[in-house]
Ligand binder design. Structure first.
Ligand SMILES: *Cc1c(COP(=O)(O)O)cnc(C)c1O
Length: 231
């Protein structure tokens, strides 16, 4: 299948999931997760109309950005070390993976130096798996007001990953939990946190049914990566 055909079929799946949830497809943004794929594939995807790409390593993002059309936007979706925050803040449209106060503080400092404000999402470890990064649900509610004092970071919402499972349906409770957290957090903040970045190749339709506003798709769009990037 050409990337155009793949994209058409993904868009149809997004549309059908939106129908089931009485939502409009305009409210679901596709992030093309290009990690592990070379710039040529990204250029093909750009020719097919995609403009928003996701990377999980700062070095890879920096390198590819220079080798791809200048009109593309890049979201950062991986775990950040504090010493990489400056580059991440500089090169990204949005960071989906603010997973600790330390990272938030480092991004705030970076943004002051760069004289910019940065849209971010807080990553929540909704499954409580030891292998996953992110705030625990309680932690994110307890630190929200403090995180909101970083005036260079605009908190737009939350991100999560469901535990790996063969059946997509298994992801539903985790996505539902993130949606609930969004509502609890909005009540604490007294302001909207409109974005929910949830759903990957295996479970994005379930995520959309549960309220995802951004889905992060790698494998279903680009095929298997050579080396599985673990995070
Ligand atoms: C790799 C990755 C994705 C995409 O995963 P696929 O299963 O290939 O769609 C989405 N989100 C994050 C955070 C990732 O690291």
């Amino acid at each position: 299948m050409s990337i155009n055909e793949t994209l058409t079929s993904i868009q149809e799946r997004i549309n059908r999931a939106c129908d089931r949830a009485a939502r409009t497809p305009d409210d679901v943004t596709l992030i093309a997760v290009s990690k592990g794929h070379p710039p040529e594939r990204i250029r093909e995807a750009a020719d097919a109309g995609l403009t928003l790409f996701g990377e999980n390593k700062v070095q890879e993002l920096k390198l590819k950005r220079g080798q791809c059309p200048g009109n593309l936007k890049w979201d950062f979706i991986g775990h950040l070390q504090t010493n990489k925050c400056r580059d991440a803040a500089y090169f990204s449209r949005m960071i989906h993976s603010v997973d600790s106060d330390r990272v938030a503080e480092a991004l705030q400092d970076a943004c002051i130096k760069l004289a910019k404000t940065l849209p971010v999402l807080l990553e929540v470890n909704v499954s409580g798996e030891a292998t996953k990064y992110g705030f625990s649900p309680n932690e994110v509610l307890n630190t929200l007001l403090e995180l909101n004092t970083y005036d260079r970071l605009e908190i737009h919402g939350f991100m999560c990953m469901a535990p790996w499972a063969k059946e997509p349906e298994k992801s539903r409770p985790y996505f539902r939990r993130l949606k609930e957290l969004q509502q609890e957090a909005e009540a604490i903040l007294g302001a909207p946190l409109p974005e929910l970045s949830m759903g990957m190749s295996g479970d994005f339709e379930i995520a959309i049914e549960e309220g995802a506003t951004m889905v992060r798709l790698g494998t279903t769009l680009f095929g298997e990566r050579k080396r599985k990037s673990v995070r």
